[in-house]
Design a protein. Sequence first.
Length: 374
Amino acid sequence: MNRSIDIIGRSAAIQQLREIAQKVAVTDVTVLITGETGSGKEVLARFIHEHSRRAGKSFIPVNCGAIPSGIIESELFGHEKGSFTGAVQARKGYFESADKGSIFLDEIGEMPLETQVKFLRVIETGQFQRVGASETISTDARIIAATNRNLHQAVADMNFREDLYYRLRSVELQIPPLRERGSDILIMAEHFVHEFERKHGIAFEGFSPESAEFMLRYPWPGNVRELRNLIESLLILERGKKITPDILEKHLLQRSRHKSLVHDPSKTEKNELNLIYSSLIQLRQEIGEIRQLLQQVISARQAPTSPLLLPPSSAETRIAEAPPAEEPTVPLEETEKRSIAAALRKYDGNKRKTAQMLGINERTLYRKIKEYGL
Ligand SMILES: Nc1ncnc2c1ncn2[C@@H]1O[C@H](COP(=O)(O)OP(=O)(O)OP(=O)(O)O)[C@@H](O)[C@H]1O
Ligand SMILES: [Mg+2]
């Protein structure tokens, strides 16, 4: 059994969470994990999967908040050929792919109401239908859901079904925010220091006692993710130098400025432009390589060295004699489409990795896949 995932921390809250997680892991009960962003919900879900009899099988993470509502059902339950425009072939959904393994439904509060009915049926009976199919399929997928939203409020606002809420809440694991975990903050900092010392080959001189106190007082709005990212940039940018509160403050300030940039809505547009530029550069390189290859073939055919070589055809001679051709203009959309298709192929259709590699968010990727019929 692969048990490489550990939940770091010695605080009473984390020890208790680890114990409960181990107990529920050996059953197939549906679990709801709640906690602020970056607090370790996915880590806990993987921990449960790896401590279950399903450990050797797939663990499929699905971010319900990133999938547009129009295609979420076909993503989760699969679809039959021709069930909607663009469904050129039948496709398995995540519930089928997670059969015998576990499915991790992140941001469950974002699931559309009409999908919630079908999801509740899967929890209760393990059964569902592909979009456009009449046949019922069964899955033996262990369901772990997570949210950083207040589902109780979502129920009050009629955005989340009450029956599903109570069904999910029967086993709820609440991860406390990092600021409430006391000295775990320093234990985790230490752990990440070792990780990044090894990864980047940097020797770290340590934290001053004042900077340790600073970390214990800081509210960590981004939780463990924020701590981990901070440690990595501290090690790299300060080159292992001893950390004082001033240095910590400087880096935290820079990171919060950067974060406000990330939340700038125009960022998505910038990312899309970057994608188009990088695709254009790639296309330009490819055209250059094709031109070189073509010239090599033509000059090889023109050289009267081998009787085996055929004389150049008049068309080839024309190419050889013509002034260098202008690069054909390819519409930007075509370039973008090819680039997305290539990235999807490279990552075996994994949308999360593909979006990361292309520097766009998952929601944008889904929109483009639909737009280009990929
Ligand atoms: N207890 C832990 N031990 C080790 N690493 C952790 C722990 N908790 C979180 N991390 C690390 O912190 C980062 C964020 O964790 P994770 O993705 O599980 O958070 P999350 O709660 O799912 O966040 P989000 O709400 O944004 O989806 C990851 O890099 C993860 O490896
Ligand atoms: Mg997560």
